[in-house]
Design a protein. Structure first.
Length: 74
């Protein structure tokens, strides 16, 4: 995961944070935590759309979108 560009890592972290917030919101019966999880999930979806547009651009012969450098280089 850390050898992928930063954009992938950000999406994975946002999804993991969403799961954590939903778990905490359910355990504590907190609508605030659950609502925050929804906003974080929207941000993760936006990152996923950005990654999709990168693949779409490459598949149609366009330029790659900037995804950032990998966290670990090998």
């Amino acid at each position: 995961m850390f050898r992928l560009p930063v954009a992938f890592t950000v999406v994975f972290v946002l999804v993991a944070l969403t799961v954590l917030l939903v778990l905490l919101g359910t355990e504590q019966a907190s609508t605030g935590l659950t609502k925050t999880a929804g906003y974080v999930l929207l941000a993760a979806a936006a990152g996923g759309v950005y990654l999709f547009f990168n693949s779409l651009s490459l598949a149609t012969g366009g330029k790659a979108l900037p995804l950032g450098r990998p966290i670990l280089r090998g």
